[in-house]
Ligand binder design. Structure first.
Ligand SMILES: [Zn+2]
Length: 477
């Protein structure tokens, strides 16, 4: 049994470790159609916690949820040239329905800019109708060739925010505000030290004027784009004729934004924090923050279980997400292993000797055990969870720093992107960027907002830097 639960070590094959931990921790399984996954209850509970945090922050900033249709007329997608070009290779299209060939094929939405644009052209007439601040929780379909659970699947769950504004300034403010919310989710809830920045022209969203992103580093040194926020300018307003009469009586196009975060974010959590023992979940998003494992023999069973139930009740009252593992058919050792694999931050071991002493053993998923009085345990755990969050964040930040290098030659660059991020100057030329990708498989991740202004020469071609600072390059998921 122990062998069956064992994982391939990360250092041996990180990709295999990732696939195994998802299945063995029961986050997800493969669906019958290639590229689809089934999210199991433990994985879905994690997604619900992510949703809960984001949904609250969206509403606090004035957004409302709505729902738009899954089917989109093909003609809509063709209205914005860059948009259709960007998405057409991945489109799933319905050509038959109700036993007949459809007059116009229907795309299964790859994203909802077009249908929302169409509706806005009907809803928005005057400056009084602005801003429009919408969010949709739903699924989209992108037919990917190479798939990987949570990171790249044919159908995935996400949220897509869509807003329309009277001015460019207002729309750009919105773009940064929403990226800020993603960064907060990452840092303050998921313990991910993300880098916020601007995508290059080559890497921006199809149809955007520009794209902003949060990028995280996985434990194999690769990057994962974890959330994006786009300024769409008047591109979709012109394509869908979304105009309004402004206060000055002039008729103008609206400025739109969109921003999205998908269950990829779960992939980021798994690959930033996990170790050879399995998942390590950040306490503020973990479906179970603390698991109670009673340890007993036949004669002490009743007494220990009673105390365990009582402790669970008190932990629930303290507002914690707690699970009591009272399964008779498994040994405590088996249970320890399973909850470690599932990444539960804290385990409480409770046996007859502990009870006599009025104590329990608290074991952290980050290592270390201590004895704590049962009396104070419920009051103490919230602090312990906060400290766990901080330690997890610091651990990920230290790792990111240790695997990030400033490089000035192409040789150093090639070496650096083998196992981390390279900070290098770039000329901004798409062809040069493409050549770097072909020669090294690394791509630009972002031009970081926080980076110091610095001038230099392109790491590949030697032309002057286009961004006034170093660009983050990495191999990416
Ligand atoms: Zn160059």
């Amino acid at each position: 049994m122990a062998k069956e639960k064992g994982l391939t070590p990360q250092s041996q094959d990180f990709s295999e470790w990732y696939l195994e931990v998802i299945q063995k921790a029961e986050l997800a399984d493969y669906g019958p159609v290639r590229g689809t996954i089934v999210v199991r209850p433990y994985g879905y509970a994690l997604w619900e916690n992510i949703q809960g945090v984001l949904d609250r922050m969206f509403k606090e900033t004035g957004h409302q949820n709505a729902y738009f249709p899954l089917f989109i007329p093909m003609s809509f997608l063709k209205k914005e040239a860059e948009h259709v070009e960007g998405f057409s290779p991945e489109l799933a299209v319905v050509t038959h329905a109700g036993g007949e060939e459809l007059e116009e094929p229907l795309a299964v939405r790859p994203t909802s800019e077009t249908v929302i644009g169409y509706m806005w052209s009907r809803w928005i007439k005057s400056y009084r109708d602005l801003p429009q601040l919408l969010n949709q929780w739903g699924n989209v379909v992108r037919w990917e060739m190479r798939t990987r659970p949570f990171l790249r699947t044919s159908e995935f769950l996400w949220q897509e925010g869509h807003t329309a504004h009277a001015t460019r300034e207002e729309a750009e403010e919105e773009v940064r505000r929403m990226l800020g919310i993603y960064a907060r989710l990452a840092r303050e809830y998921a313990a991910l030290p993300v880098i916020e920045g601007l995508k290059t022209e080559k890497e921006k969203f199809a149809g955007a004027v520009y794209t902003t992103t949060i990028e995280a580093m996985m434990r194999d040194g690769k990057a994962l784009q974890s959330g994006t926020s786009h300024y769409l300018g008047e591109n979709f307003a012109r394509a869908f004729d979304i105009k309004f009469q402004d206060k000055d009586l002039q008729v103008k196009y609206v400025h739109t934004t969109s921003w999205g975060l998908s269950w990829r974010f779960i992939g980021a959590i798994i690959m930033t924090h996990g170790d050879d023992g399995g998942l390590i979940l950040p306490p503020r998003l973990a479906p179970i923050q603390v698991v109670v494992v009673p340890i007993y023999r036949e004669q002490s069973r009743e007494q220990v279980l009673e105390a365990a139930f009582d402790l669970k009740k008190r932990l629930l009252q303290a507002g914690l997400r707690v699970h009591l593992d009272d399964r008779d058919q498994y040994t405590p050792g088996y249970k320890f292993h399973e909850w470690e694999l599932k990444g539960v931050p804290f385990r409480i071991e409770l046996g007859p000797k502990d009870l006599e002493a009025g104590e329990a053993v608290l074991a952290s998923r980050l290592g270390g055990k201590e004895r704590i009085s049962l009396e104070v345990l419920p009051a103490l755990l919230p602090e312990k969870l906060d400290a766990f969050h901080q330690a997890l964040y610091q651990r990920a930040l230290d790792f990111q720093k240790a695997h990030t290098r400033k490089v000035d030659t192409y040789g150093e660059f090639k070496e650096a992107v083998q196992g981390g991020f390279a900070l290098a100057f770039h000329c901004g030329d798409k062809a040069c960027e493409k050549a770097i990708q072909e020669e090294t498989t690394a791509t630009t991740r972002c031009v970081p907002f926080e980076a110091e202004p610095e001038e230099g020469l392109c790491v590949r071609c030697g032309r002057p830097s286009a961004y006034g600072k170093r660009v983050v390059f990495a191999k990416a998921y």
